[in-house]
Design a binder for this molecule. Structure first.
Ligand code: NAP
Length: 289
C-alpha cells in the first residue's frame, strides 16, 4: 500500500484523512499541532513536521485547508510541498478556492512534473464523517483516474468536470444554488412559527412535495432548535460567495439572489456568527424577536 499524505485536519479533513488511514499508511499535517495529535489519538498514522516533509514521503497528497492563501502556503510557501515532491506526484486539493488559484497551482506544479487537481467537495461534515461526499474535479484525466480509488474512500460520487479550474467552477454553481435555497427554508420556518403552525407537521407534509431539499431534510430541525453547530461555517460561505460573485462578474452571469444572501451572511458575521453554520440565516430573521 502506498503512503498517502493529508494536509488540513479541520471539520472536513479530519475524518477524510481518517478514512484513508484505514486502508493506506498515512502522514498528516495541520497548521495547529493540537489537531494533528488529536488525529493520531483517533486514527493510525504519522504526523509530518511540515508540508515539505510530507512531500518527501508521499506521492499522492490530499489537501483540505481554508482558502486560496492557505493552499498557496502549503504548496508554494517556504516549507511548501513543491520543494520536495517528485515528478509524477499528484496533489488533490479539496479546498474550495477561486478558479484562478487552481490554474496558478496547476501551472506551478506542472513545472515540476507534479499534477494538481482542484477537487472541491459537497456533503458537509456528515458527508465527510460517513464517507459520502461528492467531489467535483478539474485537471488531468490520467491523474484523476490514479487517485479515484483513494477519493472513493470518503466519497460516494466523484466526476472529472474538465480542465484545471472546472472543479471549482462547478462548486461555485453548487454554492449559488444553495444560497437562495437556505434563505427560502429559513423564511418558511420563520413564517410557520409566526403563523402558529406546528413546524414539525409542516415539514412532514411539505417535504413530501416540491419544496423538499437536502437542506430541509437535514437542517430544519436543528434550525428550529437554534442549533447552528453543523459544520459549514458562515465565514467559509462568505469566502465561497465572494469567489462566485467575482467569477460571475467576469463571465457576465447575473446572480442577484446570491449577492443579496451574501449581504445577509455579513449580517450574521456582525451578530458574531462567523463559525455558526450556514443555516443560521433563520437566526438573522429572528434577531429582533
Ligand atoms: P476548517 O474546519 O476551518 O479546517 C481547515 C483546516 O485547515 C484547519 O484545521 C486549519 O488548521 C488547516 N489549515 C489552514 N491553513 C493551513 C496551513 N497553511 N497549513 C496547514 N493547515 C492549515 O474548515 P473545513 O470546514 O474543514 O473546510 C475546509 C475546506 O472545505 C474549506 O475550503 C471549505 O470551504 C470547504 N468545505 C467545507 C464544508 C463543511 O461543511 N465544513 C463543506 C464543503 C466544503 P488550524 O487548526 O491551524 O486552523
Amino acid at each position: 500500500m502506498k503512503t498517502k499524505g493529508f494536509i488540513g485536519l479541520g471539520i472536513m479533513g479530519f475524518s477524510m484523512a481518517g478514512h484513508i488511514s484505514k486502508v493506506h499508511p498515512t502522514f498528516v499535517y495541520n497548521r495547529s499541532h493540537s489537531k494533528s495529535h488529536h488525529w493520531t489519538d483517533t486514527y493510525t498514522g504519522n504526523v509530518a513536521e511540515s508540508p515539505e516533509d510530507l512531500g518527501i514521503s508521499c506521492e499522492e497528497i490530499f489537501i483540505c485547508v481554508g482558502d486560496d492563501d492557505d493552499v498557496r502556503e502549503v504548496i508554494a510557501g517556504n516549507k511548501g510541498l513543491i520543494n520536495t515532491m517528485q515528478p509524477g506526484g499528484i496533489i488533490v486539493d479539496h479546498t474550495t478556492t477561486s478558479a484562478v488559484l487552481s490554474f496558478e497551482m496547476h501551472q506551478l506544479c506542472l513545472k515540476k512534473g507534479v499534477h494538481y487537481l482542484d477537487a472541491p467537495v459537497s456533503g458537509g461534515q456528515a458527508g465527510a464523517d460517513n464517507g459520502a461526499l461528492t467531489v467535483m474535479v478539474g485537471g488531468d484525466k490520467i491523474a484523476y483516474e490514479q487517485v479515484t480509488e483513494t477519493i472513493n474512500l470518503y466519497a460516494k460520487f466523484s466526476k472529472l468536470m474538465g480542465p484545471s479550474g472546472s472543479g471549482q467552477l462547478t462548486k461555485m454553481v453548487n454554492q449559488i444554488c444553495i444560497a437562495g435555497l437556505v434563505q427560502g427554508l429559513a423564511e418558511g420556518i420563520n413564517f410557520s412559527e409566526k403563523a402558529g403552525l406546528d413546524t414539525k407537521d409542516v415539514i412532514e407534509v411539505i417535504s413530501k412535495g416540491a419544496a423538499q431539499s437536502w437542506q430541509m431534510e437535514n437542517r430544519w430541525e436543528t434550525m428550529s432548535l437554534g442549533d447552528y453547530a453543523h459544520g459549514f461555517a458562515v465565514d467559509h460561505m462568505r469566502k465561497d460567495l465572494k469567489i462566485a460573485i467575482e467569477e460571475a462578474e467576469k463571465k457576465g452571469a447575473d446572480i442577484e439572489i446570491t449577492k443579496l444572501i451574501d449581504g445577509f451572511y455579513k449580517d450574521i458575521q456582525d451578530l458574531g456568527g462567523n463559525r455558526w453554520d450556514t443555516s443560521s440565516l433563520l437566526k438573522r430573521l429572528q434577531r429582533h424577536d
